[in-house]
Design a protein around this ligand. Structure first.
Ligand code: ADP
Length: 711
């Protein structure tokens, strides 16, 4: 507040006025007596004060005294400075001096902020009009004083309101929302910049126009219903579809408020519209994609449900179910709810996963877990599901690790709201269980049949073999009539054919014994070197086109083995080395001891046909023969290697090979010098039993790359 008394300087000061002008100003002043003045002050409703030329209060009325908080007596004969704040005293004195030198009626405070001081030192704004008078012939000044606190406050409030209004309208215009005020019949009263931008109509163009006509508004319900709601609830919120000046559709989120006057009569409607056109489009596109994906997913689920194999997807380190098809429930014998960890599900239903010998498999060994935790692709793995009813189901498991993008490509959107959408980064696996009970049963019957057939053939074959042998021997010794050459050749052929048949039935019988767990080893301490020597020498006699060598280190080596069975294994490997090197060539046999491991290794190397790479993994399977062997017309049954492998494993040894088609093959046979549990050189019954059991339902041996051997 400025309180500058010197601001009120008259335009012309006493010094600047000519003498005659000053004299005539005095002559014009009203003449008044003290009694008249006192009466005037007493009767006036205004606060009046009369001061002399030096500023002493000569007269003061009740109103003026009350204004400053004094009594009339307290003010009389005191300087007017008493009712002025001290900081104005100097300016006031100068001003008074100037005034009395050129007195004239003057409303003080019209353009000034004058301040009065109350007795209690509080200050208040005043408005003062002064008039010079000649009281008892002497120059006096009469002042009418008005407390203008209320006026000033109102002015201040008005100013603030104005400022606020300016601010509001600036803000309204700054807002991106379209803000408009319309009257009861929807004519635009106010239209901000946001509305102009959103709809393409300027404020000038929009004012007075009916909004819903101008904007071709489409209401979610009827317009009447919106108006009715506004009337009843004072406000309405909803989506409106408007049209831009250029014809574009503009979707807005609209908020409308009914404004009433002090009497409650509806005056106008404030409408704030936010543009959600883009959002709506995006939402619609998203919904379309979502619907499409869901329908794809449903279709996929339907397809999976038709399949007879159990298919499920799990995620996370605890294998929580994402989805499963219908067959899964029938294989488990229980419904696995999505989200439940696999272990909890199995425990809840007392389901166990065991291997083919019904030994429990630790959770980390389950094909599902191997795919999930180790990222391993497990194919054609055999497991058994043991259900509480003790019913056992042999299953073939394929478990494949998936990545989250895989999952998305299946059609289920991540975060789609599906209960178990896996998060990216989490391990994910697809598992397929195939019930192979029927296959197993068929296999069992086949083995039974082979066993019976081989057994029934063995006896007449023995008779045949003995008869042919006797015929040959007797003929050679000259007993009976002399046989023609062709007859002798025929008996020779009969002998070879009978040998082959005996060999085949022996192999079949062995295979069936192995399947039934009835093949028992008869282990004794044997000099392995001389056994190998004997076999090599025997085979060298059968061929002239192959050069057989033996390198044995050490020269003798005792091992606890079943000598007949190991000779059978070695014979089969050497037969193959010769048979599958039809052009002849070297066959190297080496024997080396591995003292540290207490093991011996026999290698048989040929330079023959070799085994095609793509069939190597399955070559130890029953009746398995390589294509190149069959193509060259070399006869065989595909049983020999299977038996060799099983017999070696029965010895707790290992049989494997390295081969390159067209270059040759090397078979490796590793045997422990003393089988486990055979401390005294003789297998105790329990171990035999264990070995027997192990061999009946043997797991595919991964070391021999022979996973699918049994199927
Ligand atoms: P087979 O009676 O057919 O010889 P095996 O079980 O002994 O049966 O051998 C299985 C198959 O392995 C053979 O048919 C042959 O294809 C292949 N094989 C075995 N040994 C050799 C070898 N030394 N060289 C090439 N192929 C071989």
């Amino acid at each position: 507040m400025s309180n500058e008394y010197h601001d009120a300087q008259p335009q012309e000061t006493a010094e600047t006025l000519p003498q005659d002008k000053r004299a005539s100003a005095f002559a014009l002043l009203p003449l008044i007596t003290m009694a008249e003045a006192a009466m005037l002050l007493d009767f006036s409703p205004e606060a009046l004060v009369m001061i002399d030329a030096v500023g002493t209060i000569v007269l003061v009325n009740e109103q003026a005294a009350a204004l400053f908080g004094y009594s009339k007596e307290e003010l009389k004969q005191r300087s007017l400075e008493m009712v002025l704040p001290e900081r104005f005293h100097v300016a006031y004195a100068a001003h008074l001096l100037r005034y009395v030198s050129m007195p004239h009626p003057q409303p003080l405070g019209v353009s000034l902020d004058l301040v009065g001081r109350r007795k209690d030192d509080s200050e208040f704004p005043v408005d003062i009009s002064v008039r010079p008078v000649l009281l008892e012939q002497a120059l006096h000044v009469m002042g009418a004083i008005r407390d203008v606190s209320t006026r000033r406050r109102l002015e201040q409030e008005r100013l603030q309101q104005m400022e606020q209004l300016v601010l509001q309208s600036t803000l309204i215009n700054l807002a991106h929302d379209a803000i408009m005020v319309r009257d009861q019949i929807s004519r635009v009263l106010s239209w901000n910049q946001g509305a102009a931008e959103l709809y393409g109509w300027s404020e000038k163009e929009a004012l007075g126009r009916v909004t819903y006509t101008l904007l071709k508004t489409r209401f979610p319900v009827s317009r009447a219903a919106v108006d009715e709601h506004l009337e009843r609830e004072v406000q309405w919120e909803g989506e409106l579809v408007n049209t831009h000046r250029d014809g574009r559709t503009v979707v807005v989120e609209s908020r409308q408020v009914l404004i009433r006057d002090a009497q409650g009569v509806p005056k106008a409607i404030l409408e704030i519209n936010r543009d959600i056109t883009q959002r709506k489009r995006f939402e619609q596109a998203q919904t379309a994609v979502h619907t499409e994906l869901l329908s794809q997913y449903t279709f996929l689920q339907q397809l999976l449900d038709i399949l007879p194999s159990s298919i499920y997807v799990v995620h996370g380190h605890d294998a929580r179910l994402v989805m499963a098809n219908r067959a899964a429930a029938s294989i488990w014998g229980a419904v696995w709810p999505p989200g439940q960890p696999m272990r909890a599900f199995l425990e809840e239903h007392a389901i166990r996963i065991v291997d083919t010998q019904e030994n429990p498999i630790a959770p980390e060994g389950w094909a599902t877990m191997r795919a999930l935790l180790d990222g391993e692709t497990v194919l054609q793995h055999q497991e058994m599901i043991l259900r509480p009813s003790r019913s056992t189901m042999p299953i073939l498991v394929n478990a494949v690790p998936l990545s989250t993008p895989h999952w998305q490509s299946l059609g289920v959107p991540e975060h789609s709201g599906y209960p178990q959408s896996p998060q990216s980064g989490e391990p994910l696996a697809l598992v397929i269980h195939q019930d192979v009970s029927l296959l197993k049963e068929a296999e069992y019957f086949k083995d039974e049949f082979i066993g019976i057939a081989a057994h029934e053939l063995r006896q007449p074959l023995t008779v045949l073999k003995v008869a042919v042998g006797m015929l040959m021997r007797q003929t050679a010794q000259g007993h009976g009539p002399r046989l023609a050459l062709w007859q002798q050749e025929m008996i020779g052929d009969l002998d070879v054919a009978t040998d082959r048949l005996v060999h085949l039935t022996d192999d079949l019988l062995d295979a069936s014994r192995l399947q039934a767990g009835q093949l028992v080893l008869h282990c004794t301490s044997t000099d392995l070197v001389s056994l190998v020597q004997r076999v090599v020498t025997r085979f060298q006699k059968t061929t002239t086109r192959h050069q057989m060598t033996l390198h044995a280190d050490p020269p003798t080596l005792q091992a606890t083995i079943d000598p007949q069975r190991i000779e059978q294994v070695l014979s089969n490997i050497l037969t193959n080395a010769i048979k599958y090197s039809p052009l002849g060539g070297p066959v190297h046999v080496t024997l080396a001891a591995f003292a540290a491991d207490n093991e011996v290794e026999i290698q048989v190397q040929d330079k023959g046909l070799g085994i095609p790479r793509h069939q190597q993994a399955r070559i130890f399977g029953r009746f398995m023969r390589a294509d190149n062997a069959q193509a060259t017309g070399i006869s065989g049954t595909g049983l020999g290697l299977y038996l060799c492998h099983e017999l070696v494993e029965q010895h707790a040894g290992r049989l494997w090979f390295e081969s390159e088609e067209g270059k040759g093959t090397t078979f490796f046979l590793r045997l422990p010098l003393v089988p486990p549990g055979d401390v005294y050189g003789i297998l105790i019954e329990e171990d035999k039993e264990k070995i027997k059991r192990t061999r009946i339902h043997r797991e595919p041996n991964r070391k021999s790359k022979n996973d699918a051997k049994s199927f």
